[in-house]
Design a protein around this ligand. Sequence first.
Ligand SMILES: C[S@@+](CC[C@H](N)C(=O)[O-])C[C@H]1O[C@@H](n2cnc3c(N)ncnc32)[C@H](O)[C@@H]1O
Length: 252
Amino acid sequence: MDRTLRQSLWLRLRERARCSVAGLRRRLKLGAGDWDASPSAGIEQRRYQSYAEYVALQRAKLNMLRPAWLKNYDQRYHAALQERLCGHQLVAPGASVLCLAARIGTEVRAFLDTGCFAVGIDLNPGAENRYVVTGDFHGLQYPNHCVDVVFTNSLDRALDLPRLLLEIQRVLKPGGLLVLEIAAGEADGRSAGFYEATRWDSVQDILALFLEQHFTVEVRQPFRTPWPGEHVVLRASALPAATAECPGARSG
Ligand SMILES: C[S@@+](CC[C@H](N)C(=O)[O-])C[C@H]1O[C@@H](n2cnc3c(N)ncnc32)[C@H](O)[C@@H]1O
């Protein structure tokens, strides 16, 4: 396909996505009062009219991104994450890794390139994605205690953070690793954008949630690429987490 045709196709796609996002934005009536306090200190949740509305909004984002921006992000983030993983070497070659909200698979490739078996899930992995399958991190399609490592840098996209935490505990093997890249909080100068469903004051507010659930910290390391935040490696308790709230069970 020649360049002009490709560009015009992308512009039409983006326009279509922009119209649907604009419609959603009107329906959501996004404004000052659309965040609810959550039961956890320092964490707030965006209000949506329905779960379907939240999903539609999250799914729309990929089509809004310029291909050149995405390519540049992909290259920079792949290199930066791989360097962080190689730095601490806590994730051993051969480990099985599930990457949550992995979009086109940037982080999946970083884990593959460190010798792991890795796969991602995302509400919208785009077309013909070799690295990421369709899935919702609030209800994963995988069985209990089946992976050595879970990774995500998208906690801010969770509509229900406690539910996501339960799903992570459910699929992680006892003693497994949870690798999080957590964006800096509002107290550190970051403000939530249009697509964020959860926002927090500080990284510590998010970490507190995981530490209450018997995770222990192995590494905490600040970074600047692709955005200011902290790379955190947590280890799950060696005893299997109770799965009563998510009985046995994969969804879908
Ligand atoms: C900021 S992007 C990050 C993508 C990827 N981790 C990266 O760094 O390239 C957030 C991603 O979260 C996905 N997402 C949002 N809510 C989700 C959910 N409930 N389950 C799975 N993916 C979700 C979106 O589709 C989007 O691809």
